[in-house]
Design a protein around this ligand. Structure first.
Ligand code: ADP
Length: 480
């Protein structure tokens, strides 16, 4: 089985969110199942070429391509991915991928990913490598399925290739002015109202992916159902529903070499469900680091998140200030929209001895918070899969989540026999508050607390399990 995995971000080279974690781990897990995988990624200027030993692929480089009347030239670099036999190809085009951010809002944003997708297919032509499956991810590679069926249809190299698009977050669709079609080689007549590329009068990358891909996957079973409804479909629910028989949910896995309390090098004391006492040392260490001295015996609530609308933190606005009158502590790590950052900064000012808030991105601290915390708050409006609640379960940092997407598929309320956390349904402050109060109750019953922790810590979220599910889908597609 040969897979061409096309992505706009990938750990360890470049990351803005969960897609990077998936792209870094799934190909390695697949290669362990004897799948041959090649990853393709744009070579953003912010990727450290030296650190990852990127080497120029001379024979694949210096290729000219015209996008919307402008000539560009790209080069291809490569490296071997994380001690595996997966090869990563990086598309270099300095005019388009310079600067210090992965995504841009400029006029060239569509050009950046149109060039990227052309370069992927043109590189494969030069390599004469014919994938069984193109595994595309989100809008940045969503045109490949249509390119295979329209622009590159003539090439017998791709005659038997099938395509799959994974939707990691339907909120991001790659919607651009309708003129964008001129940057592609699709006939302009295909932009008709209601056609595969048209969305509310604009050109949509993701819609084309949904229409043309042979199969659509998303990152949890619940999200696969939700995106077929107006509430969660961000306008594409109808299109997805029309392909309902080809929509599959597969939960993301976790890289246990990086995210497991028994091997985590970022935390002060490694631990597992059989030596839970050592978890407490991480709490003490974290509180010390956060200047929250003398609070070791009080419950510690934690938050690690992009501070975006999707994550639903305004549910805390009406009551958290008052809730902090109780004997608790709170550690927040996040960055994003100002209203959320200001809210947490103000809380810290007001409750200095109880609240620590780090505005920014800090990987090491995120591990330490996950290990040191007692409860993890994730009240998302929607959550395609979510990784943090899974990390938290594995580290005994009991999650408090809203019943949506991947949160609904991984966290079970403790009112059930096999409960491992707190789950609320309504997107209302009172519903979250009720669960935070239940968490305080649980904290006072140490035996039950540890029992619930252990249930989460013993779950299997390994990539091995999810990779097998992907392989099943690939096999099904290959036999079409
Ligand atoms: P999303 O992809 O929507 O941001 P996920 O839960 O799927 O949410 O994945 C988020 C990833 O980013 C996790 O690996 C999480 O630990 C990490 N993360 C988010 N915010 C921060 C931050 N401020 N500092 C460090 N890591 C963060």
């Amino acid at each position: 089985m040969k897979i061409c995995f096309v992505t706009s971000e990938c750990v360890p080279y470049v990351k803005t969110g969960g897609l990077a974690d998936v792209s870094g781990s799934l190909p390695v897990a697949l290669s362990k199942l004897n799948v041959e995988v090649k990853i393709f990624l744009p070579l953003y200027e912010l990727i450290d070429r030296k650190k990852y030993n990127l080497a120029l692929e001379k024979e694949l480089s210096g290729v000219k391509v015209n996008i919307g009347g402008i000539d560009y030239e790209y080069n291809v670099y490569s490296c071997i991915h994380l001690h595996s036999n997966v090869k990563v190809y990086f598309i270099e085009c300095n005019e388009l991928y310079s600067g210090d951010s992965v995504y841009t809002t400029g006029e060239t944003e569509s050009t950046r990913f149109i060039l990227f997708q052309n370069a992927v297919l043109m590189t494969l032509q030069r390599l004469q490598w014919s994938p069984d499956i193109f595994h595309c991810n989100d809008w940045q590679s969503a045109l490949i399925p249509s390119m295979l069926k329209i622009t590159f249809k003539w090439d017998r190299l791709f005659e038997n290739s099938r395509s799959l698009i994974s939707i990691h977050n339907i909120g991001y669709q790659g919607v651009f002015p309708k003129d964008t079609i001129k940057k592609t080689s699709f006939p302009e007549s295909m932009l008709v109202l209601g056609g595969p590329f048209e969305f509310n009068g604009y050109f949509s990358f993701l819609k084309a992916g949904i229409v043309y891909a042979d199969i659509i996957t998303t990152v949890s079973k619940t999200y696969a159902r939700e995106i077929q409804t107006p509430e969660f479909g961000s306008g594409l629910d109808g299109v997805i529903k029309s392909r309902s028989d080809n929509v599959i949910g597969i939960l993301n896995g976790i890289d246990y070499d990086v995210w497991h309390p028994s091997v985590d090098n970022y935390i002060s004391s490694k631990y597992s469900s059989v030596n839970l006492e050592d978890k407490k040392k991480n709490k003490i260490n974290l509180l010390e680091k956060c200047n929250l001295l003398g609070r070791d015996d009080y419950p510690l609530f934690t938050i690690i998140s992009r501070l975006a609308w999707q994550k639903g933190f305004e549910l805390l606005f009406p009551f958290l200030d008052e809730f902090l009158e109780k004997e608790i502590s709170l550690v927040v790590l996040g960055t994003g929209e100002k209203q959320y950052e200001d809210f947490f900064i103000d809380l810290q000012k007001k409750h200095k001895e109880k609240v620590f808030c780090y505005i920014g991105y800090n990987n090491e601290l995120s591990h330490q918070i996950t290990a040191g915390g007692d409860f993890f708050i994730m009240p998302s409006r929607y959550e395609p899969c979510g990784l943090n609640q899974m990390y938290s379960l594995l580290y005994g940092n009991i999650p408090i989540v809203r019943k949506t997407g991947g949160l609904a598929d991984t966290v079970i309320d403790i009112s059930n026999e096999n409960g491992n956390g707190f789950v609320f349904n309504e997107f209302e402050p009172e519903s979250l508050l009720e669960k935070m109060n239940s968490a305080l109750e649980l904290y006072s019953d140490k035996e039950k607390l540890n029992e619930i922790r252990k249930r989460g810590m013993n779950l299997d979220f390994s990539w091995n399990k999810s990779a097998k599910e992907y392989l099943e889908v690939y096999n099904k597609l290959k036999s079409l």
